[in-house]
Design a protein around this ligand. Structure first.
Ligand SMILES: Cc1cc2nc3c(=O)[nH]c(=O)nc-3n(C[C@H](O)[C@H](O)[C@H](O)COP(=O)(O)OP(=O)(O)OC[C@H]3O[C@@H](n4cnc5c(N)ncnc54)[C@H](O)[C@@H]3O)c2cc1C
Length: 296
């Protein structure tokens, strides 16, 4: 039935598809359906059908902050990759949720707009990055977002201003309310020197390459930094670098990264996370808080 609905509407979808290319840990599980709405109206139509028929779904960005722990996703994965328009109006930017953040920051740099330099090495989409309040180098999405347009749980379009989004360190109202889907956002940047912006981005990219294990599949920092401390140092001081559960390893290069050296499953990664939390708690009495999202 769902297949004929997809076909009748000429939706772009795949069936029984591996999610390995769609999550940066490269966890290899299959989903029953993967769908790419071409615009907001298609997205609304799909959501309406899925809700009416009680079909499980998940909106996925670039899969760079999630751990897929199930053996099979018996539902519909929705990818907003086609909602990726960018409109520049002086220093105000309207951008759709599926836009890749490094692409957006590059384009802003080329337009001499400053404010997104921090995001050039964050491999997420705009929608998820606002929900997660992604950030680096003391800047985050909250510092540039002025409003967000969402599809709310009643399947209505709604615009939320920054003051309603309850932005916190790597969190927001949207992260806590998964039934709100970001479809576009307005950002406020500032005019700057193109050369200075590009130099800053290049410098930060160099730092990432030197300190992060980008040669292996990973999903960025595993834990938040506790106040006045670094998760990486705590883990390293528990002698956990290189500790592994099957193919899920604590990175040698940066202890707050877990890398997949082959065929790690989501369960391997979660077991490793729990082991690290236990060891750090035993030694330092500090509860490490997970930055990544476990999808069950
Ligand atoms: C090498 C590397 C470096 C990284 N560096 C950083 C860093 O410096 N700082 C940082 O903060 N993060 C970093 N990350 C983590 C990650 O890139 C960010 O959290 C990013 O914002 C996640 O975006 P995504 O599109 O991949 O989200 P996903 O992992 O696809 O999704 C994350 C969550 O958002 C939800 N979601 C997806 N789309 C939407 C939408 N349109 N509306 C509402 N919810 C949605 C999903 O359902 C899921 O719950 C890094 C990751 C990697 C792999």
């Amino acid at each position: 039935m769902i297949k004929s609905f997809f076909k009748e509407n000429n939706f772009e979808y795949q069936e029984e598809v591996s999610l390995k290319p769609y999550n940066t840990y490269r966890i290899d599980i299959k989903a029953k359906y993967l769908i790419f709405p071409k615009n907001k109206d298609e997205l609304l139509k799909i959501l309406k059908y899925l809700k009416q028929n009680n079909i499980k779904y998940l909106v996925l960005g670039n899969g760079s902050n999630i751990i897929l722990t199930m053996d099979y996703y018996d539902g519909v994965i929705i990818k907003l990759d086609h909602l990726n328009n960018i409109n520049i109006n002086n220093d105000e930017i309207e951008v759709e949720a599926g836009c890749f953040l490094p692409k957006l920051s590059k384009q802003m740099a080329n337009s001499s707009l400053s404010g997104l330099e921090f995001a050039s090495g964050i491999p997420g989409q705009v929608g998820a990055s606002i929900a997660m309040n992604a950030g680096a180098y003391n800047k985050d999405m909250a510092s540039i977002v002025t409003s967000v347009t969402v599809i709310n749980p009643h399947l209505e379009e709604e615009t939320l201003l920054t003051e309603n989004l309850d932005f916190k360190y790597r969190s927001s109202f949207l992260k806590e309310h998964e039934d709100y889907i970001v479809i576009k956002a307005t950002l406020k940047l500032t005019k700057g020197s193109k050369e200075a912006i590009l130099n800053l981005m290049q410098d930060r990219q160099k730092r990432r390459l030197a300190t992060q294990p980008l040669e292996y599949p990973n999903s960025g920092s595993v834990f938040r930094n506790p106040i006045d401390n670094y998760a990486g140092s705590l883990i390293e001081n528990c002698h956990l670098k290189n500790y592994h559960i099957n193919d899920a390893y604590v990175s040698e290069k940066h202890a707050n990264f877990i890398i997949n050296k082959g065929h790690a499953t989501g369960k391997d990664i979660v077991n490793l996370i729990e082991y690290i939390q236990k060891k750090v708690k035993e030694k330092y009495h500090i509860e490490l808080i997970l930055e990544q999202k476990i999808i069950k």
